[in-house]
Design a protein around this ligand. Sequence first.
Ligand code: URA
Length: 188
Amino acid sequence: MEFIEKYSEFFEQLDKTYMDRSRFVPSVGPEDAKVVMVGEAPGANEVEQGEPFVGRAGDKLNKVLRDIGVERSDIYITNLVKIRPPDNRDPKKDEIEAWAPLLDQELENVDPDIVLTLGNFASKYMLDSSKGISQIHGRIFTREGLKIMPIYHPAATLYDQSKTPDLEKDLRKAFGKEDTGQQKLSDI
Ligand code: URA
């Protein structure tokens, strides 16, 4: 079923000023996924391809997942705000408030073992906390019975490469993939 149709009750009540089909990107992934990833909002590449995390941040995420032996297609991937903010600005408080109930409904529907919040915006919303991502990444919190692990946003690791090992370590922990210490083919 098409995403908008599936969550039609949400879309019917959404204030029309927050919806723009030309900037809208639906979630992807299996509805029985064990892991849900929540980003911030789509960018230009995501709008073009109609899928979250397919631009540079997505390439980085895919690489780390490949390195630790996780299939992206097993993960349900979504965004806190589902339309691209103009000029790549941060999502605004009222936009987050308008879209967040849809994320809550998706999480109820998918009912994953763990939710990974990518970066500050999704983490602050899901944890109802103002703590910055560098203080809390890699720790597991519980909200209403749901396990939540904040991790660095892959885009942040593009600007600051020193965050990549933390992103990889946190993802290994979330997916139960031990680091064997073996050298990665991509490092040779
Ligand atoms: N950044 C996000 O937060 N979400 C995307 O879908 C792409 C980039």
